[in-house]
Each structure stands twice: as C-alpha cells, then as structure tokens.
Design a protein around this ligand. Sequence first.
Ligand code: PLP
Length: 385
Amino acid sequence: MAYFDHNATTPLSATARAAWLHAADESWRNPSSLYRSAARVRNLLENARAQVATILGAQPDRLIFTSGATEGSTLLFQHLSSRSTQPLLLSPFEHPCGVAAAERFFAGRTRHLELDRGGLVDLETLQSQIAKERPALVSVMAANNETGMIQPWKQVAEICRKSGVPFHCDASQWVGKLPASDFGRCSFVTASAHKFGGPKGTGFLLIPQGENIRGQAGGEQEGGMRGGTEDYPSIAAMTAALDETDRTAQNLDAIAARVDWRRRFEGEVLRRISGAKVVGAGNDRLWNTVMVILPTGRNDRWVTKLDRRSFEVSTGSACSSGDEEPSHVLAALGFSPDESRRAIRVSSGWETDEKAWQALADAIAEVHEEMRDDGGDALTQVVRV
Ligand code: PLP
C-alpha cells in the first residue's frame, strides 16, 4: 500500500512508539500522587512541557496538554466567548473543528476575514477589520489540511499583537512538516500529535502567560485548565515525535527535494489529464499536499479505484470525507460544488519517496482512462439511483 493520506493521520513513528512503551512501562504512576515515584513522573511531564514549548519558541508555563486540536479550539472558543461579547474573526477555510466551535460559542457573532485574490488572508484589510469589529479573537490556520496552502500567519500574528487583539493559529498541519519555532509569537496555538508521527488523542494548546482558561470541570491538572489524569506515555511519545520531525523540518535540502517531487507529480498529472487543475498552484503550499480537481468522475470513485491499485488518498478533510457537502475550503477559493466533488487530496509523509509519487501519477492517469471508458459521472449517477 502507498499511503498518501498523511494530512488525515500519520503512522506512529518508531521513536514515538519507543518513547510510549518506555513511559508506559516505567512512568505509569499518576503524576498527582504524593510518593516519590509519582513525583518523578510529574517531573518528566514538566520536562516534556518545557521541551514542547521550547520547540514552539514559547515559555513552558504557556503550554497545556490536550487530546488534540479539536479539544484545544473548543476549550479556547468556549473560554473567550464566555468572557467577551465581541465577535470572532475567522478565516473562511478553518478546519471543521474550528468552524463547529465558532458556531457553538460565537453563534451570530462570527465574521469571516477577507481574502486577497490568491486566497490568502488579506493583510491590507485585516487591520481595518480589526479596528471595526474589535474582535475577541482572530483565528487563522497556518496551513490548510485540504489544499496545503500556507497562510501569512506570522504577519497576522504581528498585526494582531500591534492591535492588542488575541490571535489563535491552528498549527495542526504545519507542525512536524516545517520549523515550529515561531509559534510562540501567537497568543494561542492548537495542534494534534497524530499529524506528526505521535499517538492519536494527544495534543497541545499554547496560551498567553497568565491566561486562565476556564470552562472544563475537573481536577486541578494542567493548572486547573484541563482536568483529568495526564496521559504521560502519550505525552512522552508526542514530545519525541515533535522533537524528531521538527529537527527534520530544519533540513532545507530535504524539504526542497520533496517540493521538487511534488511539483513533478503535479506536472505529470496536468500533462496526462487534460482539464485537471491543481488547487492553489501559484501559492506557497506544504511540501506534502496536493489537491487536484479532475475532469471526470466523483472523488469517492477516484478514492475507491486508487485504493484498489493500492494507493490511499482522500476526498479532502478526513472529517468531511464521506459526507456529501462540497468542501467549504474550495468554496472559499471560488470553486463550484461540482468541482469540489471532483477533487482528491494526496498528502505524503517524510518517508514517502520520489518513486511513490511517480507511481501515484501513473495510477491516476490509468484511473482517468478507466473513468473515461466507463462514462465518469454519468455512471456514478446511474449506480447511485
Ligand atoms: N485542524 C486541522 C488543520 C486538521 O487537519 C485537523 C485534523 O484533520 C484538526 C484540526 C483536528 O484534529 P483532531 O481530530 O486530532 O482534533
């Protein structure tokens, strides 16, 4: 199998697995217990906090461990909505977990940020939008999970800082792929370990120093902000995975090679399939992500046919794949619902090599021929009736 769905989740890395097993065997005691062996686990937990925070360019007391980005955004939006009546300024392509938290906690007071012609947050109008709305929070993801498009989040962070408005960055797709040391500039950052070789159900929320997130009931763990016994083995595994992938992400040659493989793959697909489009082709994008809009066939059929050829790809966001709604991300970029239903996303990992990209391009060209032979969309309609 060639796995091209790393934006949905990644395999547990060998380093993370070893760290998890070691912690599960040696450091399983409850960090809140009073005896010395538990205090050692508490120390290890605090070391992990310091290590993750340092990689993000932040102070250790700014980091809360969570179950992942969904919980992080939920905790954050709930907290801010309860202390302010001001609106939330959100990009129109946030992950469904951010959109859902906004709908729940900022119902009727969520505004979309304006985009420039290239589909990036418009930095020119951002300042005036902030001045007009005086938002409780501005929220923009670092890199999009469907298209891989990179947003100017560092500039957004700076504009928000100068305007005195908190800024949240969903870093889920950036962390582990590109260097993470600038995230300390954001007020709030959310991410999930399973996107960078760590275990599922573990992540972090970075908060400003002195901020006291309230909302979740529970014990006094995580400064009383996220109660519940800490899962130290998973936190140890996340920390090891982050350390390893962030080091790899510092290797500019390794990234340049992968950008090149991705570009060659795109060139092949565009050359062999007339009418195919790469979303965000002219933009800065993650080295691992390509969203292609194909001229024939619904994306769920593409996924099935590629799966039969041993290539695992996706229709877009893992959370919305399988549902019938066109992608809100592609809609924000001006693509029609029909184009959205013909879009597939491929996302590689550090371990994916050039040969795998080439083989995927061949398989896509083959499936295209097959789709044309069996009538593409028309057949799907008949089969679905
Ligand atoms: N944000 C982004 C950009 C994502 O890609 C994802 C997962 O697909 C999430 C948030 C949610 O992550 P989790 O399901 O681990 O909470």
